[in-house]
Design a protein around this ligand. Structure first.
Ligand code: GLU
Length: 331
């Protein structure tokens, strides 16, 4: 008989570890209160398919995640993946920044073994809770040889998403997690089915390894709107950041009255990256603004919060602007 895959489930908190006062509390509840062992006790069915061990690494809402938390989690996963007796990792996580943590792992882990990040939109105490099935599915995805070398995955609502693409799109709906190009696959009756693979570089093909990173330069995000005050850009640019993601309107459009503030920031050494607040699509280099002339960058198609992580990692390598632009087209 084939041996069951050994999956380590790392608990970090979130709604999947939450509890409401009653079963009808689907939106108002306490987050990050159940231990990972209590969360796992809700899915005894998993013992028939995988050998699971659990550890509680932290117990926080994911809105509280910092760079230090990302490094702590990444380094722990890296250590576990080096062990011959570990076949895959599942991380239970709050959904608010699950896309950021998953993307960080996708860019910095160095193993083809599956790593799946999972959360839930409703606490386990609520009617029609989604956590137990999400977690069951995540463990099965992590146990499957089909999940090898696909980068970090996010499992939610019967779908398997690439960490590169997935974003949280709703504050409360079960189908909150979307990828602009669709999920990589589905989980049907516990069986992961893949229909496509990530085209951009990840995990073993990237230039970053979490075991070699001890700190990261800070990068800020400014969200554009009609009538934006240039003082917001000035203040952000002078807060000690090395890069600024400008979540511009539309295809990276920058209001004429704030161009000067961004140019001044660039002259002071802050990398300027034009992104879009629309949530999907490409920002065209030298389109709305002369990026070559200003020495600015564009995100390609990446959302601001993930472009920030990519720039933080790239700046830690001390790269030149032309190499930095290449990074956005490669990852
Ligand atoms: N505070 C929660 C978080 O950890 C809320 C969202 C959730 O887990 O669904 O992100």
């Amino acid at each position: 008989m084939k041996e069951k895959a050994h999956i380590v489930v790392i608990g970090t908190g979130g709604t999947i570890a939450g509890r409401g006062a009653s079963s009808v509390n689907t939106s108002a509840y306490a987050c990050s209160v159940l231990s990972i062992d209590e969360v796992l006790s809700g899915i005894p069915e998993v013992a028939a398919v995988s050998r699971v061990s659990a550890e509680q690494l932290m117990q926080i809402g994911s809105e509280n995640f910092t760079t230090e938390h990302l490094l702590q989690l990444g380094k722990r996963i890296d250590t576990l993946l080096r062990r011959d007796d570990v076949d895959g990792i599942v991380v239970t996580h709050g959904t608010d920044t699950i896309d950021e943590t998953a993307y960080f792992l996708h860019l910095t882990l160095k193993s083809p073994k599956p790593v799946v990040v999972v959360g839930s939109m409703r606490p386990p105490s609520s009617l029609s809770a989604d956590g137990p099935l999400n977690l069951y599915n995540a463990i099965l995805v992590a146990s499957s040889p089909a999940s090898h070398a696909k980068g970090t995955l996010v499992v939610s609502n019967d779908e398997i998403h690439s960490a590169r693409d997935v974003v949280k799109t709703s504050t409360f709906k079960l189908e909150s997690f979307r990828s602009p190009y669709g999920p990589l696959g589905y989980i049907v009756e516990g069986n992961p089915r893949y229909y496509r693979v990530p085209a951009r570089r990840h995990t073993t093909e990237t230039q970053w390894s979490v075991d070699e990173i001890y700190q990261l330069p800070e990068v800020g995000i400014v969200y554009a709107h009609a009538g934006i005050d240039a003082a917001v850009i000035e203040a952000t640019a002078q807060s000690g950041i090395r890069g600024l993601i400008y979540a511009a309107t539309g295809n990276g459009n920058v209001a004429g009255h704030v161009v000067g503030a961004l140019l001044r920031a660039r002259r002071r050494g802050v990398q300027i990256v034009r992104a879009s607040r629309t949530g999907s699509g490409i920002v065209t280099r030298n389109g709305a603004q002369p990026d070559d002339e200003y020495d600015w960058l564009v995100v390609d198609d990446q959302v601001p919060q993930k472009a920030r992580l990519l720039l933080m990692l790239s700046l830690s390598d001390g790269q030149h602007s032309t190499e930095l632009q290449d990074v956005f087209y490669r990852y």
